[in-house]
Write a protein that binds this ligand. Structure first.
Ligand SMILES: [Zn+2]
Ligand SMILES: [Zn+2]
Length: 261
């Protein structure tokens, strides 16, 4: 299985994952023209994309959804509540087929995909676990806190793509209005660098070794700060990078790496 993080930040999220029989996108928070350019740069044909899995309706995850569904014949998978919301906002072209993915796993492109709930201030957000028969890729962003359901689903993954949205001090010092700071920090907001580090520590203890941090805030975080927070904190627990685990940061834009899961 291949993971190609195309963009990941508070401004836009889109991941490409391919199995044996074509590829899927997780989220579509990116304009179709740029998306096609980045796929072409990685020698991936957009026509091979059969399905889009949407975590939730926020615009950083659905900005390009209408234009992508207008240009490609794809099926859309998400929670019932998210699909209802996206249809009512006119964000999906009518030609697309819609499928709920709440409790049962679905099979597309030789991949088996299951969903789990994430605590976030939207209709009903999801994270996804993607199996190719041997490996398991888990994607967990836009979560206000770490839940037991998230822990159960991410345990034993080959690779975890995890939100590390903000540095607490940077958020505190930022120019954001008080109510937005409170929203980000709330139990239905986003995972901080500290939260992500705590979760990584738990997951290392539960057979996960590879991590990619994503959905970084462009104002209240930097790749260096997120990386440094995690690696230095984990070292205090005697967990050494490139020995006990690997850690990468997803690109905000301009994708630079394809991961073999
Ligand atoms: Zn988001
Ligand atoms: Zn969101």
């Amino acid at each position: 299985m291949i993971l190609y993080p195309i963009c990941s930040s508070s401004r836009g999220n889109c991941l490409y994952i391919s199995g044996k029989r074509g590829g899927i996108l997780v989220d579509a928070g990116f304009g179709v023209r740029n998306l096609f350019t980045y796929l072409k740069n990685a020698q991936i044909s957009p026509i091979g994309i059969k399905s889009i899995f949407i975590t939730h309706e926020h615009i950083d995850h659905t900005l390009g959804l209408y234009s992508i569904t207008k240009n490609l014949c794809v099926s859309i998978f998400s929670s019932k509540e998210t699909l209802k919301c996206l249809v009512s906002k006119g964000r999906i072209h009518p030609s697309s087929k819609l499928y709920e993915i709440d409790s049962k796993k679905v099979c597309v492109c030789g991949l088996e995909i299951g969903a789990f709930k994430t605590p976030h201030d939207c209709a009903r957000s999801l994270g996804f676990c993607i199996f190719d028969g041997q490996k398991k890729l888990s994607i967990c962003t836009d979560a206000g806190h770490i839940t037991d359901e998230m822990k159960q689903n991410l345990k034993g993954s080959t690779l975890v793509f995890l939100e590390s949205n903000y540095d607490r001090q940077m958020l505190l010092n930022s120019h954001y209005p008080y109510y937005i700071k409170k929203r980000i920090e709330s139990k239905l907001g986003h995972l901080s660098n500290d939260d992500a580090t705590e979760f990584i520590k738990y997951l290392i203890d539960h057979n996960v070794k590879k991590f990619i941090l994503g959905h970084l805030s462009q104002n209240n975080n930097t790749p260096e700060v997120a990386f440094q927070t995690a690696t230095s904190r984990l070292l205090k627990s005697k967990l050494k990078i490139n020995q006990d685990y690997s850690l990468n940061i997803a690109p905000v834009r301009n994708p630079d790496k394809i991961y073999e899961v």
